[in-house]
Ligand binder design. Sequence first.
Ligand SMILES: Cc1cc2nc3c(=O)[nH]c(=O)nc-3n(C[C@H](O)[C@H](O)[C@H](O)COP(=O)(O)O)c2cc1C
Length: 449
Amino acid sequence: MAEPKRLLFNAFSMNCVSHLNHGLWGRDDTRQTEYLSLDAWLELAQILEAGCFDALFLADVVGVYDNYRGGPETSLQEAMQVPVNDPTLLIPAMATVTEHLGFAFTGSILSEHPYNFARRASTLDHLTDGRVAWNIVTSYLPGAARNLGFGDLPDHDDRYERGDDYLEVLYKLWEASWEDDAVVNDAAAGVYADSSKVHLINHEGPYYTVPGPHLCEPSPQRTPMLFQAGSSERGREFAARHAECAFVVGNVASSGRIVADVRARAVRYGRRPEDIKFFQALSPVIGGTEAEAKAREAELREQLSIEGGLAHMSGNMGVDLGQVDLDLPLADFDFNGVQGFFKTLAETAPDKTWTFRDLARRQISGQFATGSPEQIVARLERYAEVGIDGFNLIYATTPGTFVDFIDGVSPLLQARGLMQTEYQPGPLRQKIFGQPRLPNRHPGAAVRR
Ligand SMILES: Cc1cc2nc3c(=O)[nH]c(=O)nc-3n(C[C@H](O)[C@H](O)[C@H](O)COP(=O)(O)O)c2cc1C
């Protein structure tokens, strides 16, 4: 019999008080309000590594969700992704107390010039011995664009065009500027780097002009492992070209459709279907028995904040849900925000005339995966059957949700060969894909000398 496919597991978090399940931060069994303390992050990283998780995945936004009821008040009151601190600065500290855990951080192509971002990512890759991944996002909050000097948020597809050019700059800096043997570090000869092996990139694109060279010597992975989460038409094209790991939300059927579609597109770019690993977002609520799990879910649902959820969705959609008639059909709106996500949700509706109210109820009550450890494993397997390779686990309480998973579900997965029991050696990409650098089929490799 064939070996079962090992699944991948990330903990999903954010350097803020309330990430996705809003209204729970005041509970006494969660460390959410300790996000300012390194102690809470170091504890989390150590728990995840002892539990053989592949990575900690950190979301980020560079803007305030400020369109619900016309302002930021609800978001601030609920600590709904604001205040939000820089995710990347946590990583070196967590890397010092772990040896293998990966760190995926989210970074918007709007928030930093690619020349400087290339250096930040290379520095992180060096300091972690190659354990970082970058989640490429194009931003959906208009405030981010306004504060960063873009005026209004560029159009949805235009953001992806900019993203293509941004990536082109990065690939040239990471992959083509310094040759592998450029650093000779020969103290006797007084030569650290061989200048003939450090090259300008002379990039002139539609959005960026960057002569180079890259400021950093080659890091273990050169290009950090690349995540992406767009699922709109344009987002899927972008993922098919660039992503090594793609992040999906939705039920088994809708996720299966996205996986198949993006893999088919990737093949058209000369890549292989297995070059992209798909991670399903899931919010597990685990009990010793099904009844225990359901009781816990009921308790969480009671505390979930509807207002926080509406403020979150309003920002995602670019529509003030405080103003709209919640009984209007979704079909009447043209979202300039997170198109793919809501289109996917709408597709999962039992009938095709979903209203905002249906959407709100579904989203805000949390998309919990509730059950006994055996039931959770069965659920993960159903996703695996449609091509999902791994999971980004959303917390209700942190680190409690992850501890529940590690104590209850991981042993069952490990006994069945579905979760690693020890880490593979080497950088993150090597652990996941078997090699530390981008494969030759990836567009980032095409710029190599
Ligand atoms: C599961 C998931 C997680 C995401 N996480 C972030 C995030 O942390 N920061 C961010 O700015 N955008 C995030 N996004 C937004 C996407 O990166 C993307 O910009 C958005 O989905 C719009 O693309 P689309 O219309 O192609 O789906 C996320 C989207 C999804 C579906």
